[in-house]
Design a protein around this ligand. Structure first.
Ligand SMILES: [Zn+2]
Length: 248
């Protein structure tokens, strides 16, 4: 990885404004397997039965059984060196922000401030009936007998602020990520294979305007041919090494 790491560090150092785009690979070392990988949540649950807007409306108990499983995985996760490396770069003024496809809140837990959550967060809840915001720590205390989680005020089903299949990306996330991409002349893509739209368009936008794409992915991805360099290492190894070089 050394040669790629040197090249990547040079590109990041020379850039005027660097943005990061992160995905599931960044949180694997925190104990959250990629939903789509072996051992991931989609091995135990059919996403079309438990993670759609329609299922939430018609079968909230089924959706909440899935959410309890997701919370059991994400609720005990802590940031790993990939998250802290990005927080260090931001604190040093070398990173403008992070657009993440993850819903685990681990970037913020690591100290990152400017985080755009493209697919929402498991750390925010509201009632589908009256809109009341509900305490995320209460979600972690739910057991099988408590689901679906119901609003104490109106009895409506409480939902997490995550984007289910068939739902639109929140407008504020789209707007903020667009602004960050417009200002950036370098994007560090980490732990995401570039198959999920529209997040995967951000590197293409930046590249089309003459910017550079630094990729951190263990395996070849949909960014092949777009990336100026790929560090073929896990995010929790490559990102701290990159931050060390850039900040040295
Ligand atoms: Zn309510």
């Amino acid at each position: 990885m050394d040669e790629a790491l040197h090249k990547a560090a040079g590109l990041v150092r020379r850039a005027g404004c660097v943005l990061a785009l992160t995905g599931a690979g960044v949180s694997v070392a925190s104990g959250i397997p990629d939903f789509r990988s072996p051992g991931g949540l989609w091995e135990r649950h059919d996403p079309m039965r438990v993670a759609t807007a329609e299922a939430l409306a018609r079968h909230p108990e089924r959706v909440w059984a899935f959410l309890l499983d997701a919370l059991a995985v994400a609720g005990r996760a802590r940031p790993n060196p990939a998250h802290t490396a990005l927080a260090r770069l931001e604190a040093a003024g070398r990173l403008s922000g992070i657009v993440t496809q993850n819903i685990d809140g681990l970037h913020q837990a690591a100290g990152s401030r400017n985080v755009v959550e493209f697919h929402g967060s498991l750390a925010r809840y509201s009632c589908m009936g009256c809109g009341l915001a509900h305490d995320p720590t209460a979600a972690l205390a739910l057991t099988a007998g408590d689901i679906p989680w119901r609003c104490r005020d109106c009895g409506g089903v409480v939902r997490p602020d995550i984007v289910f299949f068939g739902e639109a990306i929140p407008l504020d996330a789209l707007g903020k990520s667009g602004q960050l991409a417009l200002a950036a002349d370098c994007i560090v893509v980490a732990g995401t294979s570039g198959e999920v739209a529209p997040a995967n368009l951000l590197p293409r936008e930046i590249k089309a305007r003459g910017g550079v794409v630094v990729e951190i992915n263990l395996m070849e991805s949909a960014y092949k041919g777009l990336s100026d360099v790929r560090i073929a290492a896990p995010a929790e190894i490559a990102l701290p090494a990159l931050a060390d070089f850039v900040l040295s």
